[in-house]
Design a protein around this ligand. Structure first.
Ligand code: ATP
Length: 611
């Protein structure tokens, strides 16, 4: 069996790792011994050998004082590498500070800092470096500061994203609820847990800093004579490039080699760390029942401990687990903002930046989603969204868009792809599919467009269809037709359907099983036919009670659930529904109940209704 340590070892044995390691080791040796061995030669002025080209005595030629350029390239290694290291450290310190600030600042200030980081990331790095260098003064100090400032936004963005993923964990929520000051939460709970990827980024940034500094010296903004680094030597050599190209070749090769070495090594470190943290993520979890440790072989979609978080401590999905069997229709229901759409987006790899997604397991059709190529994922998973217009390009004909799926994912020829597109449009009962395939989306009605989007999902061989509020934008009769179509698709293809809706009545009618979400967590799951009589969680019961029926007095407002769902950044350590729950006790406010078995195929997370 292949283990995590095997996987990590194989990363280190890859050609890129070996090449990167050897180059960086050579650079380190050069930085230490270079000036000691070749220092005197590099400074020796020889009036008889001024501006020479390549020769046996001077393989890279000489400069305007007759100094040997090979020796100067070898000696310049220490200065170039030291400057790059200092610039990287400055960039990292500034970036981490900027990236961590939103975790400690009040909400409005945090939003301002996050916006500023986004703006800086979008700003061209070289311009930022040149601007800073000019303001700070020409020379090595200005160049180092400039490159440090140019590197900082990347670090800041990484820190924000990483901090957001940790900020959603229970221990951070618990610390916040216990009144631990934000600064202490940051230094004790957040920064230590994101240190590793930041250090890895440091290694990768070193290569970039080296190239950046060489560029600054080359532009005349960096190291000034009599000091010299590789960039300065390149600058001097470039003036003679048409006469003696080899004089520019030496420093250029040194810069390129060092840059490649650091990038390859940083990349290897990152890959090795990713493998070790993936393994750790799965094995460090506190004692799940043994049955949950193994992938569920009967499931076509298995999600375990899914968390989605955003910078600023917002965690809209918190440790969600979900399993779909082939051919099963599962309804994911909950109030607006409970995290349903983000759950769907996370499964499809569509969470927008800067959202961070973590999970202990995410398997689709028997394979880890992380191992699937985009093509495989696109073929096995079909997504249908609320607004069909958002899924269809208004500038293209419907048939052409569907055909593109077959061309890109299945390598079909244009003619075959188009035939299949028309066939799929007919399959979803679109009248006159040949004609509609040639039309633009705006020429179709809302219901037709939604059928076209479902047909697009069927261009592959989906094992799972995720439909996120697919009927909300449609009128009632068309809603019914689309729901019937989705059921037919499941019956005919054997795919599983995850149907997302805030309408528990529709979910109860269409689905086999219902999963109820509240504030990012599953609070109850049960067979749909037990919804009316068997729902146990006070939130599920309140959702059902708020539905009108034939006996409802239409002259009075519908019963709602008093209070509001907490914002994703304000969920405490207890049951999130407790502030709105009529059964809540002190325990509910302080301690979160886990999902426990409540009846046949039913699990509930509630202290008060657990048998
Ligand atoms: N890109 C984002 N950045 C920050 N927060 C987000 C982002 N997308 C969603 N959220 C927050 O996540 C929470 C859950 O959103 P989600 O869209 O998953 O809810 P939902 O249950 O699908 O609601 P609805 O039924 O209204 O679509 C919301 O509070 C929302 O504000």
């Amino acid at each position: 069996m292949r283990t995590d340590s095997d996987a990590r070892d194989s990363v280190w044995r890859s050609p890129s790792a070996i090449i990167g390691g050897v180059i960086v080791a050579l650079m380190a040796v050069l930085a230490v011994v270079g000036p000691l061995i070749w220092g005197a030669t590099a400074e020796r002025v020889d009036a008889a050998a001024i501006l020479q080209g390549s020769s046996a005595a001077h393989p890279l030629g000489t400069d305007n004082l007759g100094r040997d350029l090979l020796a100067r390239v070898l000696v310049a290694g220490r200065y170039s590498l030291s400057l790059a290291l200092v610039a990287t450290l400055i960039g990292a310190a500034l970036g981490i500070l900027l990236g961590a600030l939103p975790s400690v600042l009040p909400r409005r200030a945090a939003r301002f800092v996050t916006g500023a980081v986004h703006a800086l990331v979008a700003f061209p790095g070289l311009l930022l470096a040149m601007f800073t260098a000019v303001v700070a003064g020409l020379g090595a100090r200005g160049a180092v500061l400039g490159i440090g400032v140019a590197i900082a936004p990347g670090f800041a963005r990484l820190t924000q994203t990483l901090a957001a993923s940790v900020a959603g964990s229970d221990y951070v929520a618990a610390a916040r609820m216990l009144g631990v000051p934000r600064r202490r939460v940051l230094t004790r709970h957040i920064l230590p847990n994101i240190a590793e990827p930041l250090i890895l980024n440091l290694a990768q940034s070193l290569g970039g800093a080296l190239l950046g500094l060489a560029g600054m010296s080359f532009l005349g903004l960096g190291v000034q004579p009599p000091d010299f680094d590789w960039g300065r030597l390149l600058f001097d050599g470039f003036a003679r490039i048409y006469v003696d190209p080899e004089v520019a070749l030496g420093p250029a090769a040194a810069v390129a080699l060092a840059g490649i070495g650091f990038n390859l090594l940083g990349d290897t470190l990152a890959r090795a760390a990713a493998r070790s943290s993936a393994g750790r993520h799965q094995t460090d979890r506190p004692g799940p029942p043994p049955a949950e440790d193994e992938p569920d072989q009967d499931a076509v979609l298995e999600v375990r401990d899914l968390t989605v978080s955003f910078p600023g401590g917002s965690t809209p999905v918190r440790g969600l687990s979900l399993t779909l069997a082939p051919g099963e229709i599962v309804g994911l229901v909950g109030e607006s903002g409970s995290g349903k759409s983000l759950t769907a987006a996370a499964i499809g790899g569509l969470v927008p930046y800067p959202g961070a997604v973590t999970y202990a397991r995410l398997r689709l059709a028997g394979a880890d989603v992380a191992d699937l190529t985009d093509k495989e994922l696109g073929t096995a998973l079909a997504m249908v969204f609320q607004d069909p217009m958002a899924s269809l390009n208004p500038a293209l004909r419907v048939g052409g868009q569907l055909a593109e799926v077959a061309v890109v994912h299945q390598g079909a020829s244009r003619a075959d792809a188009r035939r299949r597109a028309v066939d799929r449009l007919g399959h979803v009962r679109l009248p006159d599919p040949e004609r509609h395939a040639g039309q633009h989306p705006h020429e179709l009605s809302g219901g037709m467009r939604q059928r076209a989007v479902i047909a697009m999902g069927l261009m592959g061989t989906p094992r799972v269809v995720i439909a996120d509020e697919p009927t909300t934008a449609l009128d009632v009769t068309v809603q019914r037709q689309i729901l019937r179509l989705l059921r037919e698709v499941v019956t005919e293809t054997g795919a599983a359907l995850l149907f997302i809706s805030h309408d528990i009545a529709v979910v109860g009618e269409l689905c086999d099983r219902v999963v109820v979400m509240y504030a990012g967590r599953v609070v109850e799951e049960l067979p749909a036919d037990r919804l009316a009589a068997g729902a146990a969680h006070p939130y599920t019961r309140a959702l059902i009670a708020s539905l009108p029926d034939l006996d409802t007095d239409r002259s009075r407002p519908l019963a709602g659930i008093p209070g509001t769902q907490p914002a994703p950044a304000r969920v405490g350590p207890g049951c999130a529904f407790a502030p709105r729950c009529v059964l809540a006790t002190a325990r509910c406010h302080g301690e979160r109940p886990e999902l426990v078995v409540h009846g046949p195929r039913q699990r509930v997370a509630c202290w008060e209704v657990t048998p």
